[in-house]
Design a protein around this ligand. Structure first.
Ligand code: MCN
Length: 757
């Protein structure tokens, strides 16, 4: 029996559970001896002109080595950072340390460099910064009105747009008996990983080695090189253990570049680790869309038209978040066979923390919009929302299906996923209980929320299709090493990549070492994001292992003086034997003695894959206090063939918790002047284990033909289905009281207000 598909325990856990892993802040690398420490002074104004920065007071403070401002970086020729994607407004550039204007609270303005870690914080008090206040544009609708501009040279606050509402089909809803429209807030949330951002850097021979905990050393290498104005070959990036990233730790942030620059400037190693408070205001946030959905159809439950208008808050400077509505639009009709659908998006800058990718990145927003729309439509025609979904979901398909938005869904069976989730939840019994409670006028009402979804994983724009490399080497002592271009930070690649190799090579798991995240060792790699890793990186490891067996077979044939075709590879013994003569054999490891035995393979996928599923959330809502309690989460998350159910379920658990948290708890809030009000864990309503029930995971596996594993991605599925399911459940609990919609997060106060209204 193959080890694939079994619940192999995470091989990385003993290390994490005993030593706590090696995180950048704990690095004891001898090369970092004598390192100085960087502390960033951050803007306290959301929008202001910097009229004076006087660092002289700080220079005499204990332990201060230097204080740098944007002027110092500019004098050294460091260019401003330009928008990341073509088509974005090219005037919206920013300096690594703000120079003339600050545009969000938390923007780095100066760097204090000290001998000891905590001296910078005290010295920073002695830096005088004069701000000439400018009007803060905090709300994205205000930003879109272009009254006050963040970048006057741009002439607009719009940084990116897709389509034009003026081109909407005026007849989209012709013939519809019912048309419903709703504005929906998909609020701004903070990724809040356990490990905050950090960096360490040292130069030697005009080359920097930077330790940065994130999702991909190779992209970070390119970012650092271009921002420091040096060749990529002069940058080595190492990714130590990472305490969570959730999409927000891709590439180099301004602080990472400054730490490298400081190390070069002072000729000694430099280190930086931010505080939780800094992380909450200066690491990119996620989501932050305002959507308007319009849905129309017949009283027979068939939807005939769907329209989605997106306003994306990009924060102060366009990062990848400004572009994410592209993915929202790509996935906008979701799993439905709507005959007509159209969508537009506008991304604007505001005086808030920049927005980046956050688990699901653009796709949860698409699902949240369409799932709310379907429920609104069901309410308007007074039909059970499960029935409306049944009537509109695409029928099962095994050949690729191309949507009106150009997405090519590889395989799907959306009705089956919904039925399995409904059955597992006991949907009919739940509805009966709901009716009984309503009839009795219970104070605590039951809500049942559904979400059907399809998402995109493993997308990539490379010519020839998204790809990833993997190298497998067998050593003479019978051990093996895997090099991968993916970059695990909680997903368990060490376990699964070793499992994939073990299944081909017959080498036990404990003799296989997986390495990643060092650009000297692995110069190319796409990192880990978009739930791409197994279907591309894992597939590359499997491919390399298989090709290695081919190479070894030729060597074994020479050693055994046999025809390669007559050799059998015995997995149990990890050795080649001659067919029919098992006594004549040579171990795989023996073939690595005279010459290194390794293969580097590049796996190229024909395209992205489209996992799908259905979530059922059950909540109780106290109609007197507005308090929401999540009672059950029943989910079907079909990610094709599952290679390690333990890990895939762990990913589902984490994602469901994060997705549910967005529906009823989490939100980054600013006041009218752009001051963040949720910059600590005391203010930001973070979910804990006590807020969620045990999740009920039903299984379903519809393999993809896009990789030999049959696997699609699972890393983000939970955040995609759970958010709308929980939101729909909360509204469902009080819908009989005339409530049609409640925006997220459905806090007790917001639910209570809706009930009062
Ligand atoms: N897997 C499997 N069978 C499948 C699919 C996946 O056994 N059909 C396993 C894989 O082997 C891997 C894990 O599930 O161990 C996730 O694989 P995959 O879906 O390929 O996703 P990635 O490894 O590329 O992870 C990225 C994804 C993203 S985009 C975010 S954001 C995210 C997430 O993973 N951030 C996380 N999960 C996270 N988990 C933790 N602990 N921390 C984060 O920051």
């Amino acid at each position: 029996m193959s080890i694939l598909g079994t619940r192999v325990l995470r091989t990385e856990d003993p290390r994490f559970l005993t030593t706590g892993g090696i995180y950048t802040a704990d690095l004891r690398d001898e090369r970092l001896g004598g390192a100085c420490h960087v502390h960033f002074i951050r803007s306290t104004a959301a929008h202001a002109r910097l009229t004076r920065i006087d660092v002289s007071g700080a220079l005499t403070a204990p332990g201060v080595i230097a204080v740098y401002t944007g002027a110092d970086l500019a004098a050294d020729g460091l260019p401003p950072v330009t928008p990341p994607m073509p088509g974005m407004n090219e005037h919206m550039v920013h300096d690594l340390l703000a120079r003339d204007v600050v545009r969000f609270v938390g923007e780095p303005v100066a760097a204090v460099v000290t001998e000891h870690p905590h001296q910078g914080e005290d010295a920073a008090e002695l830096v005088d910064i004069d701000y000439e206040w400018l009007p803060a544009v905090v709300d994205m609708t205000d930003a879109a009105a272009d009254k006050d501009l963040l970048f006057p040279a741009a002439g607009t606050n719009v940084t990116w747009h897709y389509g034009d509402a003026a081109d909407f089909d005026q007849h989209l809803f012709d013939g519809c008996e019912v048309v419903v429209s709703q504005e929906i807030v998909n609020q701004r949330v903070a990724p809040a990983p356990m490990e905050v951002r950090s960096a360490a850097a040292i130069w030697s021979d005009d080359r920097v080695t930077a330790w940065i905990p994130n999702q991909g050393a190779q992209e970070t290498q390119e970012d650092l090189a271009s921002r420091l104005g040096i060749d990529a070959s002069s940058v080595r990036v190492i990714t130590p253990d990472v305490g969570g990233a959730f999409g927000a730790k891709f590439g180099a942030d301004p602080e990472h570049v400054v730490v490298c620059w400081v190390a070069r400037q002072l000729g000694r190693p430099a280190r930086w680790t931010e505080t939780r408070n800094e992380n909450m205001v200066a690491m990119t946030h996620g989501r932050a869309q305002r959507q308007t959905v319009t849905i129309g159809g017949g009283r027979d439950g068939i939807v005939r038209g769907y329209r989605l208008e997106i306003l994306q808050d990009s924060g102060a400077y366009p990062r990848i978040g400004a572009f994410l509505p592209y993915l929202t639009i790509l996935m906008c009709p979701g799993p439905y066979a709507f005959p007509k659908a159209e969508a537009v998006a506008v991304s604007v800058v505001t005086n808030t923390t920049p927005v980046g990718a956050y688990r699901g990145a653009g796709r949860p927003e698409a699902t949240a919009a369409v799932e709310r729309a379907v429920d609104l439509f069901a309410g308007a025609i007074d039909m059970d929302p499960a029935e409306v979904r049944r009537r509109n979901l695409l029928p099962a398909f095994t050949e690729p299906h191309t949507t009106a938005f150009g997405a090519v869904y590889d395989s799907g069976n959306y009705v089956e996923a919904l039925e399995r989730a409904l059955t597992a939840a006991g949907y009919d019994e739940l509805r009966a209980e709901q009716s009984a409670r309503r009839a009795m006028g219970d104070v605590v009402q039951l809500g049942i929320g559904l979400a059907s979804y399809v998402e995109i994983t493993g997308a990539g724009a490379e010519a020839g299709g998204p790809s990833e490399n993997g190298t497998v080497e067998v050593h003479p002592d019978g051990s093996a090493t895997i090099l991968t271009g993916t970059s695990p930070h909680g997903q368990g690649h060490e376990t699964v990549w070793a499992t994939l190799a073990s299944a081909e090579l017959g080498i036990p798991l404990d003799k296989i070492t997986v390495k990643w995240g060092d650009t000297d060792l692995i110069p190319e790699g796409g990192g880990t994001g978009g739930s791409r890793s197994l279907q591309q990186g894992g597939a590359a490891v499997q491919q390399a292992s298989r090709e290695l067996i081919d190479v070894a077979r030729s060597r074994a044939a020479a050693v055994l003086e046999a025809n390669p075709a007559d050799l059998v590879f015995d997995l149990d013994g990890s050795a080649f034997t001659v067919a029919g003569d098992p006594d004549v054999s040579v171990p795989l490891a023996g073939l690595a003695v005279d010459e290194r035995l390794f293969v580097r393979a590049v796996f190229r996928a024909p395209g992205a894959t489209f996992p799908f599923g259905a979530h059922v959330a059950v909540v109780e809502v106290d109609t007197e206090t507005g308090k929401v309690v999540l009672r059950r989460m029943v989910t079907v998350d079909d990610a094709g063939t599952v290679i390690n159910p333990l890990l895939a379920e762990g990913q589902r658990h984490g994602g469901i918790a994060q997705g549910a948290a967005q529906a009823f708890l989490e939100e980054v809030v600013y006041d009218a002047d752009g001051n963040p009000l949720t910059s600590t864990f005391a203010d930001y309503a973070f979910l804990s284990a006590t807020d969620v029930p045990s999740f009920e995971l039903a299984s379903m596996e519809t393999p993809t033909s896009y990789n030999p594993l049959g696997a699609k991605g699972i890393g983000e599925a939970g955040t995609i289905g759970a958010t709308p399911a929980v939101q729909n459940a909360i509204i469902d609990a009080v819908s009989h009281l005339g409530i049609r919609h409640i925006d997220m997060p459905a806090t007790p106060q917001r639910v209570w207000r809706a009930l009062q209204g």
